[in-house]
Design a protein around this ligand. Structure first.
Ligand code: SF4
Length: 333
């Protein structure tokens, strides 16, 4: 069993610094995510994700609402990055993911990002959760290098929308301990219609296959059954089967491994623009969720978690609360 986060050996060998340098070079003509905009972010030329040279962080707090095996009683020290590479019309985090002008004020230095990681560690978090990190990977790795030099020793969770560049992920090999991507759609038409992304399946499959290559299907836990290393694929079930859930689960079982850990989420509620969009304007029905649970079973996907059907009643983040967007939770203060 591995002890300690995987980036510590890379820090000591000098490889972590080299990776940060290689990733920063991608900002010159940005290819940090699969949109490949080609803008010079080092000169703050903004493109599709509205994000320039420095990281933008909406909130950093201890979060007790992740899968229990990730946070345990101490919670995950989540850093919620602003903006996003996808534009989901039903985004539950839309206050920070699609509110570029308002989020500009939350731009911080790399040093502040490193301090944030260290503060979350001092507050007792058992891991650092990087939430919506894809467009800030170079800045994050530079901050991890700084923080690790100053004693950061928690596992890193890469909690992304799954729309990641496989090439960029290769540069995270040995830095990220726990991959927690979404696999949102089993159908590209719906991915374009509801998230504005073309070729979603091909890109997300390549990204998640790369994560799987790095950490495999096995989950590594510590003495308290908390996850230290592994891959957990999240899937949010949408009403009217708009996520094409069976295709998503089938791909995981066939292309990866039926032993891969899946976190099936029932917490959909019509957020952001969804109340005005036919087919997305209601919550899940219980029989829709039961059907998905049966498919999961039939495909032999036995590892992971399924949310309670009524979870959309209490998972409703409010990012205008800067101490903790999750009102039922304890705060870092
Ligand atoms: S990270 Fe942003 S600027 Fe870079 S390619 Fe993606 S969307 Fe474009």
């Amino acid at each position: 069993m591995q002890s300690g986060p995987s980036y510590i050996p890379l820090l000591h060998s000098g490889e972590l610094q080299k990776r940060a340098d290689s990733l920063e070079a991608l900002l010159l003509a940005c290819t940090v995510c699969p949109h490949n905009c080609g803008n010079n972010r080092l000169q703050n030329e903004l493109a599709r994700c509205h994000s320039g040279r420095l990281p933008i962080v909406s909130t950093a707090c201890r979060h007790f609402g992740e899968e229990p095996a990730l946070g345990g009683l101490d919670g995950v020290g989540n850093i919620f990055f602003s903006n996003c590479t996808m534009q989901c019309v039903f985004c539950q985090n839309h206050q920070i993911s699609q509110n570029w002008k308002a989020e500009e004020k939350n731009e911080i230095s790399i040093e502040s990002l490193a301090d944030m990681m260290l503060e979350l560690q001092s507050a007792g978090s058992r891991a650092i959760g990087l939430v919506t990190p894809s467009h800030f990977v170079p800045q994050i790795v530079r901050a991890v290098h700084l923080a690790a030099t100053c004693g950061l020793h928690l596992p890193l969770i890469y909690n992304s929308n799954g729309f990641d560049s496989a090439q960029v992920l290769r540069l995270l090999d040995g830095i990220i301990d726990i991959y927690l991507p979404d696999l949102k759609y089993g159908d590209d038409e719906f991915a374009f219609q509801y998230s504005g992304i073309r070729s979603y399946s091909e890109i997300a499959h390549a990204a998640i296959a790369e994560m799987y290559r790095q950490v495999g299907a096995a989950i590594v836990t510590d003495g308290n059954d908390l996850i230290n290393r592994g891959l957990i694929i999240r899937h949010l079930v949408l009403p009217n089967d708009l996520a094409m859930t069976e295709e998503v689960l089938r791909w995981i079982a066939a292309a990866l491994d039926p032993r891969v850990t899946v976190s099936l989420m029932a917490q959909y509620y019509p957020a952001h623009k969804a109340p005005k969009i036919e087919l997305l304007d209601r919550r899940l029905r219980e029989r829709e969720y039961e059907k998905v649970l049966a498919i999961m079973d039939r495909l032999g996907l036995q590892n992971g978690w399924t949310q309670e059907f009524d979870s959309s009643d209490f998972y409703r983040p409010d990012f205008s609360n800067k101490i903790s967007p999750f009102i039922t939770e304890r705060n870092t203060a």
